[in-house]
Write a protein that binds this ligand. Structure first.
Ligand SMILES: *Cc1c(COP(=O)(O)O)cnc(C)c1O
Length: 228
């Protein structure tokens, strides 16, 4: 087995064990393979091992990889910070966006989503770690933002996404993810997605209801930002 296939089977076992510990069906948790900084060849290897959903943070890097992988039936997710001048390409080249945190960006994505494609699936990113994180709307902004986005015609609001402050304390991890779930429940919208949990905290996220876990390092290995 390749390293990536090997990592995927370890990861699948972690996800299953966490699901069972939480009394959930493992099939309710989906794996988003986060391939930022990794070459198209690594994504191809992950596809061969069974990965179908890929998450990217940087638009140009993602478009380059998509161009090299047009033969694979992958679903592409945008998970990075979004500048206004990038919304058109995101609306045209992705199926999901997990990192929407402003109405202006959502409006542009809705206007620019091509008619021939299904509505773009959206997760609203919420900041549950206060000042330590710059991305994500505040819990206070969330209700109005969620209703406004749910009303946009070419988007489908699926749920919330969060990246809590990293910690090794399992109780603190769970408390942050529980807060995201409670915020989602308090919206009273019919939402089916909680995008939360990464390589180091997926067990806590699954215990608190994650439906997508976004995994980079545990699948593809450590990232080297020094490489071009
Ligand atoms: C990089 C990244 C991930 C994956 O993180 P790992 O710790 O490598 O699993 C998940 N979500 C987002 C938004 C990221 O930027």
């Amino acid at each position: 087995m390749s390293t990536i296939a090997d990592n995927l089977s370890t990861l699948t076992a972690r996800i299953s064990a966490a699901a069972k510990a939480a009394g959930r069906a493992p099939s309710d948790i989906r794996l988003l393979a986060v391939s930022k900084t990794k070459p198209a060849a690594a994504v191809r290897e992950a596809f061969a091992a069974g990965v179908r959903d890929v998450g990217e943070n940087y638009l140009q890097e993602a478009l380059n990889k998509q161009g090299e992988l047009t033969d694979l039936p992958l679903t592409w997710h945008f998970i990075g910070p979004i500048q206004s001048n990038k919304t058109r390409a995101i609306a045209e080249h992705f199926d999901w966006v997990h990192s929407v945190d402003r109405l202006k960006i959502a409006q542009r994505l809705s206007e620019q989503r091509p008619e021939g494609l299904t509505p773009l699936s959206i997760c609203l990113q919420v900041n549950v770690s206060g000042e330590t994180s710059k991305s994500g709307c505040t819990p206070e902004e969330l209700p109005a933002l969620a209703s406004a986005i749910a009303a946009l015609p070419r988007l489908r609001l699926r749920g919330l996404m969060a990246i809590p402050e990293p910690t090794d304390d399992r109780a603190a991890q769970e408390a942050a993810f529980a807060r995201v779930r409670e915020l989602q429940d308090s919206l009273g919208l019919s939402l089916d997605t909680l995008s939360m949990g990464m390589s180091h905290d997926l067990e806590a996220a699954i215990a608190q209801g994650a439906t997508w876990v976004r995994i980079g390092t545990a699948l593809f290995g450590a990232r080297d930002y020094g490489q071009p």
